[in-house]
Write a protein that binds this ligand. Sequence first.
Ligand code: C2E
Ligand code: MG
Ligand code: MG
Length: 535
Amino acid sequence: MRSRLDGLRRHFPSARVVGAWLALMALPLALCLAMAYGLSLYHYRSGTSQLADANARRIESILRRGEATLVTLERTTGGQCNDANIQAMARIVFQSVYFREAGIERDGALVCTSAGMLPEPMAIENSRRKPAARVGTMEILSPTHTLQGGRSLILNHPLRADRSRFVNLLLDPKVLVEASDYLEGVQSATFLDDAPNGRFLRLELKDSPALADLTLPLHPGIHRGRGGYFAVARAGAYPIYAVMSVSDDRIARHWRTQMQPAVVVGFLLSCMALLLLRRFMPRTSEADDLREGIAAGELEVWYQPLVDARDRRIVGAEALVRWQHPRRGLVLPDQFIALAEENNLIGPLTRRVIEQVKRDLDALGKLPPDFRISINLARADLADHNLVATLDEIFGMGRSLGRLGFEITERELLANMIGRAREVVEQLRAGGAEIALDDFGTGYSGLSHLRHLPLHYIKIDRSFIWALDTEAVTASLVDNIVSLARTLEMGLVAEGVETEQQRAHLLAIGVFLHQGWLYGRVLPFEALRKLLEQD
Ligand code: C2E
Ligand code: MG
Ligand code: MG
């Protein structure tokens, strides 16, 4: 079940890859949107807090002026109601921007105001009420209905210690509420904390969702309400609080206006992230892909015939691996051998090839005595003893490797590896396998390899063969390779023979074993079997 699922998964780009790409697309976008929301929040939080502070300072200065005006009233009138004093009071009120009316109260009754003399003293309860606060020489009374202008905040100034006489000022509470046009969507409110009378009063009446759960006592700062945020500032020593509120809806609306640039920036960042990802993803995902492909049995071994050019008889074949990728189709080894080497996958890859070669040799049944299949080895195969262990496992301990050849390219034989490679090569030889040095002439230390490694064959690289017809220098190099091989008593194979001229030239200089398109391409096993049956 599991392997079927794995197989299915490999026909599509891996869900992990798609998921990672989508996440990478989404992440910068989400971050930019979150940042835009953070900026909207900051805009309103700092805006409301600054406005609340400014309004609190303004309220404090109005009340200070009230205190000073009351002192002036006391000094000017001495608490006496006569025409001159009434005129003086009217002048003082007229000159002040904030106060509606001034009055003189005696024994619980209002005797005169800045508007004139009362026909008879009017009993009022101000002097008997408990003030909300006493600051300096001024008492603040919570708003009540007054003669002038409806509800007024009353600022009282006792003239005597027995509180039988007062001068007072009426203050329109609206004056203490700041119009909050500076910051769109912010609502302003002003509260009087009349704690001595157990009351907490809003000085004007408007609805604001952010203030829904305003709780006492108020503390200066920014607070979270149920429907938004509110900033609180106190008017100095006076128990009056300036509150600025903003609803969550308002912040969200502001955020939406910022969304467009955030989406654009987020999209650009997503693109950059994807470009960066492309540099890293393919490597890891391709390696995973290959690992899964090897495990899922997608590697196939194809064969290229090795012929004796004199009579064109097939005397062997080279095993060349192919990857039947579920999405990419047939992938050639040049595209994945290096990947396998970089990702420690040569071990399992070579094992697959050997297993397949063993199965195919068994399937071929009776073969000419000298027929061999040669297997390409990579550096990692020569670096440890896993290869020999794998061969023992697949062919059986002590069984002959007489049907096998192994090809090592010069590139694999770094100088510091010769000792180890030699051990492996000797063990393969001891089992009866033949060893060839592949792509001879393309490496950089051919001669030292020839001296140090017990080899059977040299495979002349196809680039030399192709140049045989055209380049005299190369042709003479091939002559040298041939005489070198003779001196060292090694066999020769010519790779990549494509034309009759090349064949004739090679035969003339005594190179009889050929491999190349002239004789046969790289074929699936069934095609090779048919060729062998015809032979
Ligand atoms: P190689 O061992 O030198 O294999 C010969 C390559 O030459 C093959 O390429 C073959 O298709 C190509 N070839 C043969 N005759 C002709 C010809 O007449 N003309 C032209 N133009 N090309 C010809 P292929 O199969 O793509 O393999 C490439 C290389 O990949 C091999 O070079 C070998 O180094 C490596 N390789 C292939 N299979 C394996 C494997 O199972 N294990 C390891 N480690 N390497 C492998
Ligand atoms: Mg080869
Ligand atoms: Mg070769």
